[in-house]
Write a protein of this length. Structure first.
Length: 323
């Protein structure tokens, strides 16, 4: 059941890998930083506290409900926080609107917030029986209900495979077609659970419907394309000689996109002569060649952090800028 006043909802919110993010962004007083997925304000708070409130953070979120909570939770920091409702893929327009030029760092936490999972009733989780919506912002995009109930079988199977890497995507899509209309998360989760035959269910680390729900949510919010768009524009928005990019992903599809972008546009040595011929001026200095993972202690205290992966890069000036 939804809270009667969602803006008053006060979760025990613990931002994922906040210490590593602070180190990755090389936080400094009087710096300007962007939290592109401000959510409930955990990383923004950590950045501000790391400088004793002597920096400025532009916090962006797609979800207007979440942003209301963040505004209340971050009110103590006054003018050090600027909050903007929007998609981080539209980062350039948002920065221009708020005159927030050449920030010293950008953090993206690509996970679903605690509020979205536990409280807002839009069907992000199968732990409660809610209407199939899954939109981060209810003013745009089609809902999960429309995708589940209106998409042709072959296309639906492709969505579940492409965005969930679910091996039984065809069986699941066929079952969905045969049981339409499906209106709630409980109906969908129960159906998927029946389709997927687990010989050793006790050894499964995730619920059988997890990958299907992930796939539908990604499709509804166009998450991977928005991430690609952001990666293609963020370099020229950051401070050109030392701006830091820190991205936390929670599944292999996101992490692969971030990893490949940084690798393909970094100053590391080309892997072969063909890549050397294609390599243009590098955009990024790869700060950590290996992906950064949460500590065992953090996973113990915050089990949701177990699948988090952090990648970090530093902006390099392009050749035209230094000639």
């Amino acid at each position: 059941m939804l809270a009667t006043n969602q803006s008053d909802w006060q979760p025990n919110h613990v931002p994922v890998m906040s210490d590593q993010v602070i180190e990755a962004l090389h936080i400094k007083p009087r710096g300007n930083y962007i939290d592109g997925t401000v959510g409930l304000g955990g990383h923004t708070r950590a950045i501000l506290e790391a400088t004793d409130n002597k920096c400025t953070v532009l916090g962006i979120d797609k979800d207007p409900q979440v942003l209301k909570i963040a505004k209340k939770r971050l009110s103590q920091f006054g003018n050090s926080v600027i909050l903007a409702q929007g998609n981080y893929a539209n980062l350039e327009d948002i920065c221009n609107k708020h005159n927030f030029m050449q920030p010293d760092g950008l953090v993206l936490d690509l996970g679903i917030s605690s509020f979205q999972l536990e409280q807002n009733g839009r069907g992000f989780s199968f732990l409660r029986d809610e209407y199939l919506d899954m939109r981060m912002n209810q003013t745009d995009s089609i809902s999960a209900y429309e995708i589940i109930n209106q998409t042709p079988e072959k296309e639906l199977a492709n969505i579940i495979w492409k965005y969930g890497e679910e091996r039984q995507s065809r069986k699941i899509a066929k079952a969905i077609i045969n049981h339409r209309p499906i209106s709630t998360t409980g109906e969908l989760a129960t159906l998927v659970e029946k389709v997927i035959h687990r010989r050793r269910p006790s050894r499964q680390k995730i619920h059988p419907a997890t990958l299907t729900f992930q796939a539908i949510r990604i499709a509804v919010n166009d998450e991977l394309e928005q991430l690609k768009k952001t990666l293609n524009i963020v370099h020229h928005l950051l401070e050109p000689k030392s701006g830091r990019l820190a991205i936390i992903s929670f599944h292999s599809l996101e992490d692969r996109i971030v990893k490949n972008h940084i690798r393909d546009n970094s100053s590391q040595k080309p892997r072969n002569r063909w890549e050397l011929e294609e390599r243009t001026s590098p955009l990024w200095l790869q700060i950590s060649k290996k992906v950064i993972k949460p500590s065992a202690n953090e996973i113990h205290n915050n089990p949701r952090a177990r699948s988090a992966r952090l990648r970090v890069a530093e902006a390099l000036p392009i050749m035209e800028e230094i000639e």
